[in-house]
Write a protein of this length. Sequence first.
Lengths: 113, 112
Amino acid sequence: GNSVTQMEGPVTLSEEAFLTINCTYTATGYPSLFWYVQYPGEGLQLLLKATKADDKGSNKGFEATYRKETTSFHLEKGSVQVSDSAVYFCALNRNTGGFKTIFGAGTRLFVKA
Amino acid sequence: DVKVTQSSRYLVKRTGEKVFLECVQDMDHENMFWYRQDPGLGLRLIYFSYDVKMKEKGDIPEGYSVSREKKERFSLILESASTNQTSMYLCASNPRGYQPQHFGDGTRLSIL
């Protein structure tokens, strides 16, 4: 079946450090891949997406590349800020049929000033 | 921008009560979803709906029911609330199954 595995947190970084949060997936067919972010006290919001192999999604300095050969969609940011402290969820949707989004367990990021 | 509005941010109820959580979206989306979020367990799908009056069970439907009488509104019902239903509840919607979901800010429900 379809599944998403992301690195366990929490991840603690100093401001301006480089961020990587690993995400790998298992899926039949050609899913769309997403990163969502959840700030304290809020719901999830879409951070970026990629709909086919080799696509790069980017937003707010975050990037992730859809790698079909390694079934991965790792989230990266070159220089994190305190305001990036949040929980990050990797997710996939099947492009053909089905309604469910499969979410990873979430990775909490703390950024220290 | 799509707006998904959940009727309460915080709610406290007693065991055995019938509890209604309301969700409204303003973008004419076909699909709506109810999740619960618990520490260490991530998001778990309770029910979803792909059309008015249509509903499908998610991964943890026991103890819950839903109602979708109008396209923009999706209600989650706890028939007889129990303490193990204390949780954060998130509503979401999307236009098609493969597209990103838009989430409300959540309802933190405590059952005493």
